[in-house]
Unconditional design. Structure first.
Length: 273
């Protein structure tokens, strides 16, 4: 029986702060090879190689800001040629930039209040500090925390402005397709990637599932990042639907095995769809 061929897109050398992307992808590819024929490539090589494979799996490929033209070419050719890409390229969240944070904020959804114009600053809670980040950013690239007097020189339509929230902690919920697998949190706000297992409440899961359902991806891996606001509620920080880092090293062996099993089953369903 012929095994499906996967092109696994990753940047093994990407210098992520507080994480080792390469370790996660080495582990995942070793397990995926049990069921699939698989090759790895850097994101800027994907266009030249993808036609020889049954599907392209985009994993820890780093922020597309560092290879924006190559990524846009990849998307255009994949859509035009009908290339199967996992996650599918129909995501409405980080995959398409940060516009969704503006849209969800304007719609009154539980996200950190977000605007992109000085004229809309009144929509944000009063604060001494603001977070400014690029609409096409990722992994905190270009993010800065500033006082109000600096905003006129920064807000030019290409950035988002949010209040600097003094949250209790950040928590991430990890889904494969629409199945919740695990949650991790950073109990110390100044150590974002020092993660520990988190036991979500039913309300927490309802919050996270609401954004996964909104995104409408039938297949794929998604990470819902939230913060526990001073009032006790969860607020969405971002919905990572392109290449979410999974922090598998924070799980025990049973947890990692469960994730790999879910990923393999999802990929089979995706290839059969």
């Amino acid at each position: 029986m012929t095994r499906p061929r996967l092109l696994y897109v990753t940047d093994l050398a990407y210098p992520a702060r507080g994480r080792r992307y390469c370790d996660e992808d080495i582990h995942l590819t070793a397990r995926l090879r049990e069921d699939f024929d698989l090759a790895l490539c850097h994101p800027i090589d994907a266009v030249a190689l993808m036609d020889a494979f049954d599907a392209v799996v985009v994993r820890n490929s780093g922020p597309v800001l560092s290879y924006q033209a190559a990524y846009e070419d990849f998307r255009e050719r994949a859509v035009r040629g009908g290339t199967r890409v996992y996650n599918p390229l129909t995501g409405k969240a980080d995959m398409a930039g940060k516009q969704y944070l503006l849209d969800l904020s304007a719609a009154g959804r539980p996200v950190i209040p977000t605007v992109d114009r000085l004229a809309d600053l009144h929509r944000l809670p009063e604060t001494d500090r603001y977070v400014v980040k690029p609409k096409l950013g990722a992994d905190s690239l270009g993010l800065s925390i500033v006082t109000a007097d600096r905003l006129p020189g920064l807000v030019d339509g290409t950035v988002l402005v949010q209040p600097c929230v003094d949250f209790a902690y950040e928590v991430s919920f990890y889904f494969v397709d629409h199945e919740f697998l695990y949650a991790l949190y950073a109990p110390y706000p100044d150590r974002r990637w020092q993660l520990e297992p988190y036991a979500p409440t039913p309300d927490d899961l309802e919050f996270a599932r609401g954004f996964v359902e909104w995104n409408g991806l039938g297949h794929g891996v998604q990470r819902v990042d939230a913060c526990r606001a001073p009032g006790g509620e969860l607020l969405l920080v971002e919905l990572e639907d392109l290449n979410p880092y999974l922090s598998l090293d924070a799980l025990d062996d049973e947890g990692r095995d469960a994730f790999v099993t879910a990923l393999k089953e999802s990929l089979r369903r995706f290839l059969d769809s």
